[in-house]
Design a binder for this molecule. Sequence first.
Ligand code: HEC
Ligand code: HEC
Length: 277
Amino acid sequence: MSTDQDHGAPERRAEDRLWRFWVSIAAGTFVVVSLLVGLIVLPLRDEARFDPWGAICRAIGIRKDAPTATGKTSGSPASSVTWSAGTRLALLGASPASGSTIVKETCAACHGETGASVDPQQFPNLAGQTEEAIFKQLRDFQTGARASDIMAPIAQALTEAQTRDVAAYFAAQKRVEAVGGSPTAPANIVELARIGAPARGIPSCYSCHGQSRSGPEEAPVLFGQSASYLEDQLKKFASAERRNDMFARMRTIAKQLSPEEMHGMAIYYGDGGAAKP
Ligand code: HEC
Ligand code: HEC
């Protein structure tokens, strides 16, 4: 017995070494590939359609009919915007000065030279809106994810760089004075905005649209927009006529609101269309 062990030991040590060598190679390769994919390839992707986790969840029966990252249902194409490292880096390099020239030539007629709209009930104010929100909407008008007979051809005439430049320009302008958020608004409306309606699954509007910018990047600032524009957009989300919101966030919320609540929210946030430059 002891001779057997003595005999086999050096051989087993050699086997161990070989085994350890290949395990180290395999583990090392796995770590390097994971880092490459996780830190570089995935964050740089600009397409929202690639959704491996969603695919796995749907395959095992969770979130069977959950909306995709793009919230696509049917008809208009889904939003192609993702907040990848590539998108963020490109926005950082945008030039408000170049944007200013385009705005004077193309946008000022409706949205005003500084983004204080010439008719806020029809044309939304863009002054001081976040760069991300403006960029996201322009991309969606370009791809048809957000339909608009007026805005689609105008947005499509912009190059990618110009799209970022005009967004940076409007974002840098002084926001139209907000008279919304009135403490005299009906109590149920103030509560909906600040606390939401947990029993109905409605989160507080402030959690995404608040001044602290805690929500998704593309959530626009609502204060300072005209009430009629805001109410119109809520109705369009509720009927899914507007469906460019990622993960169907706004469609899910708007569908839950009564017409009176939509009207109340629009007046709470809006200025009744009385915005002055
Ligand atoms: C002829 C008038 C007109 C011109 C010119 C125009 N827009 Fe618009 N814009 C509109 C209208 C109308 C809407 C609302 C569309 C809707 O909801 O159907 C809109 C909406 C937008 C929105 C979405 C805002 C939000 O709150 O969701 C952005 C961003 C925008 N326009 C940017 C621009 C830029 C940038 C230009 C210039 C390159 C421009 N627009 C030129 C009429 C115009
Ligand atoms: C979970 C986050 C979230 C919550 C909560 C939320 N919103 Fe939104 N909302 C968004 C996002 C994101 C958008 C932009 C959608 C897109 O990409 O077009 C948006 C867009 C809107 C718009 C369109 C604005 C424009 O300029 O076109 C209105 C109006 C609006 N929300 C009202 C509300 C109201 C009222 C509430 C509360 C009852 C609310 N939202 C709660 C995330 C949210």
